[in-house]
Design a binder for this molecule. Structure first.
Ligand code: ACO
Length: 338
C-alpha cells in the first residue's frame, strides 16, 4: 500500500510494572467457593499480582512509563503528550491519572489526559497517538495502560474475583520519516448496546456515593461472563480477519499475535479460528490474570524482556472490553532488541 505521509508513528519502546504481591488460586480457594482446578480449566489463570494498599494506579503507571522513556533513549522532557488508559484511575472524577503520572515523572506543561475504554484502552491510545503524530502535532507520545483493578473487585464474588489482577505497561510512540518503522494500521470500535455486559455501577452520575452504594456493593465490577465470552470470541476473530485482509497480510506471517489476556479459552478459540501456531500466540494470562488496559503492554514487555520480540518484527494486537469496545493493531516493533 503506497503512503505519502511525512510523519509515521513508530512503536519505540516498552516498559511494564508488576506489583510484588501474588494472589494465587490457592489463596482464592480460602476466600470464595472455588478450586484451583476450576479456575485453571475455565480461564487458564494460576495467579495474579495485587498492588499494595498504598500503591495506586499512577504509581504503577509512572514506573512502567519511566522504563519505557529510558528504553526509548529519551529524556522525560522530550515527551510532548501523556495519555493514560484506565478504568481504575486514582480519582474517579479529577484530576486525571495522566496528569498525576506526568507530575511524578517531572513532565510539565504538556497535554495529558485519560481515556476510558476498559481492556481496549491501550490499543485505543495507539490510534490516538498515531493521529497526533501523523498530523504533525506531537513527536513523542507516552502511552500508558495502568490498572489497580483490585480496587473495584468484590472478593466475595467468585465469578469475577478470580479473573483480574493489577499492573501497568507503557510505550513511547515517536514520529519517524521511515515508513518501514511506521504503524501499518489500527482499528478501534465500540457498540454501546452491550454496555450492561461489564459495568461498575458506582460512583458516577447515576449512582453518586450513598449508603445504598455501599450496602449493595455497587462500586464493584459486575459482569455477564458467559455472554461477554461468546461475543469476545466472535468480535476478536472478525476484527483480526478484517485488519489482516485489509492490509494483505497472512496470519502465518505474524510472528507475534498479542491478544488481550482475559481468558485462555478465548485466546485459544481466536487463535484456532485464525489458524495461528502456538508459538505465534503470546500468553501471559496464566501469571497476571486480566489486567484490563495494562494487559497488552505487559504482554509486549514480557516478550521484549525475554528476547523473543526483536527489533523490526511485526506485532498483531487484538483486544475487547467493557463498553463494549474492541480494537486491533498491526505494527512493527521499532525499538531496539534487548
Ligand atoms: N469457581 C467455581 N465455580 C464457578 C466460579 C468459580 N470461580 N465462577 C462461576 N462458577 C460456576 C457458576 O456459578 C456456574 O454454576 P451453575 O452451573 O451451577 O450455575 C458454573 O460455574 C458455570 O458458570 P459460567 O459463568 O457459565 O462459566 P463460564 O464457563 O462461562 O466461565 C468465566 C466463567 C470464566 C467468567 C467466563 O465466562 C469468561 O471468562 N468470560 C469472559 C470474561 C471476560 O473476559 N471479561 C473481561 C472483559 S475485559 C474488561 O473490559 C474488563
Amino acid at each position: 500500500m503506497s503512503q505519502t505521509k511525512s510523519h509515521y508513528a513508530s512503536f519505540r519502546s516498552i516498559g511494564a510494572y508488576v506489583p510484588e504481591k501474588i494472589l494465587s488460586n490457592a489463596d482464592l480457594e480460602k476466600m470464595v467457593d472455588t478450586t484451583d482446578e476450576w479456575i485453571v480449566k475455565r480461564t487458564g489463570i494460576s495467579e495474579r499480582h495485587i498492588a499494595a494498599q498504598d500503591e495506586v494506579t499512577s504509581d504503577m503507571g509512572a514506573k512502567a512509563a519511566q522504563l519505557a522513556i529510558e528504553r526509548a533513549a529519551l529524556n522525560n522532557d522530550e515527551i510532548d503528550l501523556v495519555l493514560c488508559a484506565t478504568v481504575t484511575p486514582d480519582y474517579f472524577n479529577m484530576p486525571s491519572t495522566a496528569c498525576i503520572i506526568s507530575d511524578k515523572l517531572g513532565i510539565r506543561n504538556v497535554q495529558a489526559f485519560d481515556i476510558s475504554a476498559a481492556c481496549s484502552g491501550f490499543v485505543y491510545l495507539l490510534s490516538i497517538a498515531k493521529a497526533f503524530i501523523e498530523s504533525g502535532m506531537k513527536k513523542n507520545v507516552l502511552v500508558i495502560g495502568a490498572e489497580k483493578f483490585s480496587s473495584i473487585v468484590d472478593y466475595t464474588d467468585r465469578s469475577t474475583c478470580i479473573l483480574f489482577g493489577d499492573g501497568a505497561g507503557a510505550a513511547v510512540i515517536s514520529a519517524t520519516d521511515n515508513a518501514e518503522e511506521g504503524f501499518i494500521d489500527v482499528h478501534a470500535s465500540a457498540d454501546g448496546s452491550y454496555a450492561d455486559f461489564l459495568v461498575t455501577p458506582a460512583p458516577g452520575a447515576i449512582n453518586p456515593v450513598s449508603q445504598k452504594v455501599i450496602d449493595e456493593g455497587l462500586n464493584f465490577v459486575q459482569m455477564k461472563g458467559n455472554e461477554t465470552f461468546k461475543l469476545a470470541v466472535k468480535t476478536l476473530t472478525k476484527d483480526v480477519k478484517e485488519i489482516l485482509e485489509k492490509n494483505e497480510i497472512a496470519s502465518d506471517d505474524i510472528p507475534h499475535f498479542i491478544p488481550h489476556q482475559a481468558n485462555y479459552r478465548i485466546i485459544k478459540a481466536v487463535g484456532d479460528a485464525l489458524k495461528m501456531r502456538e508459538e505465534q500466540v503470546v500468553l501471559t494470562v496464566g501469571k497476571y490474570g486480566n489486567t484490563s488496559a495494562a494487559s497488552i503492554p505487559m504482554a509486549i514487555n514480557d516478550i521484549w524482556e525475554s528476547g523473543r520480540l526483536q527489533s523490526g518484527e511485526l506485532m498483531l494486537l487484538d483486544t475487547f472490553g467493557g463498553g463494549l469496545t474492541w480494537a486491533s493493531a498491526l505494527l512493527p516493533f521499532a525499538g531496539k532488541s534487548k
